[in-house]
Write a protein that binds this ligand. Sequence first.
Ligand SMILES: NC(=O)c1ccc[n+]([C@@H]2O[C@H](COP(=O)([O-])OP(=O)(O)OC[C@H]3O[C@@H](n4cnc5c(N)ncnc54)[C@H](O)[C@@H]3O)[C@@H](O)[C@H]2O)c1
Length: 359
Amino acid sequence: MNTHLMTFQNTSIVLGEGLRQSVLLEDACKTSSIVLIADENIAELYGKEMQSYLQSSSKEVYLLTFPPGEASKSRATKEKLEDQMQKKGLGRDTTLIGIGGGVTTDLAGFIASTYCRGIPLILMPTSLLGMVDASIGGKTGVNTPYGKNLIGTFYLPETLIIDFDFLVSLPKEGIEEGLVEVIKMALTSDKKLFDEMEKAGESLLKLDKPLKRIIKRACEIKLEVISTDFEEKKGMRRILNFEHTVGHALEKFFNYQMPHGTAVAIGIIAESFIACELELLKRTYFNRIVKLLKPLAPCKQFDLREVYDYMILDKKSQDQLPRFVLIDNIGHVLAFNDDYCTLVEEDVVLNALQFIQEI
Ligand SMILES: NC(=O)c1ccc[n+]([C@@H]2O[C@H](COP(=O)([O-])OP(=O)(O)OC[C@H]3O[C@@H](n4cnc5c(N)ncnc54)[C@H](O)[C@@H]3O)[C@@H](O)[C@H]2O)c1
C-alpha cells in the first residue's frame, strides 16, 4: 500500500510499491516534455520500460544516460546531459525525472536546478542509500578534482517517489551500505530505531516489512533534521556529520577505493569510541554499537598519522585541529553550545584509530 509520508516545503513524498508505472507518476508530470536521467545500469533495468510507459500518455519522453559510478558525478557529465537536452529543443516546459542511486539524484537535481534557471524535478531513488539519504534534503551537486560535492545547489524535487520494488535488483552490498546509514541516523536521533534494527538483524537484508518500516522511519528522521536547518546555516544539520571526520579521512587515505558503507561503519565505531573514552557514552552502549556494526566494518590496516592528518582537512576543523560530532546516548548527539561538534585531544583520536584496526 502506498503511503503519502508528508509534504516537506513543496515536495510531496510518497513511499510504496509499483510506483514506477503508476497514475501517481503520470500525474506528477505536469509538463508536455519529460526527460528521464539514469545511469546505464538503471536505464537498462528500469529506464527504458518507464520511458515506454510514460510515452503511452502521449508525452514527449526522452531517456538520457551516463556511465554508472562516482566518476560521472562531474561537471563534464552535467554539461553533456544539458547539451543533449538543448539539442532536443527542451525548454522550461520539461520535467526532469532522476531515477537511480545517489549519483543520479545529486546530478539530476543539480541539472534541474540550473537548466533554464530551474525546471520541475521528480526524484525516484533506486538504491537504499538514495532512498534514506541522498534524495532527501535538497542537496544537489557534482565532484571536482579538488573534492566531493564541491559545486552544487539546494533544490527540492516537486515529488519524491520511493518505490521499494527497485530494491529487488540491488546487490546485498548495496542493502548493507544503506543499512549502515540508517544505523547512523538511529544513533544520532532515534534509540527505538536502533533497538528495532538490533532485533531485526539479518532479516533486514530481505525486501520485507521490517526493511520497509525502517526506510520510512529513516526518511522521517532526515526530514526532521533538515527541516530545522534546511540550508545548513545553523548547527543542527551538523548531526548528519556524525562519523564524517574519521569516515571521510579513511576514504581519502584509501583513495576512494574503500566502499563508502565500510568507511561509515568504521567512522561510527571510531567516533563512538572517542565518546566512550571521554566518558560521555556508556560502555554498554558502545559495546552494542560495535556488535551491530562489526560485521559491516571489516578490519583495515592504515597509517594512523596520515589518516589523522586527513582529518584536519575536514570542513569542521578549527585552528588546524579536527572536530567531532559526539553521541552521549544511543539516539542523542551532544550540542556543545549548539555547535554539535567539539575538539578532541590528539591521543584520544589516535587511540580510536588504533582500536578500529584491532577489532
Ligand atoms: N545529496 C545528499 O544529501 C547525499 C547524501 C548521501 C549521499 N549522497 C551521494 O550519493 C552518492 C552515492 O549513492 P549510491 O551509493 O546510491 O551510488 P550510485 O548512484 O553510484 O549507485 C551505486 C551503484 O548501484 C547501482 N544501482 C542503484 N540502484 C540499483 C538497483 N535498484 N538495482 C541495481 N543496481 C542499482 C547503480 O547503477 C550504481 O552502479 C554519492 O555521490 C554521495 O555523495 C548524497
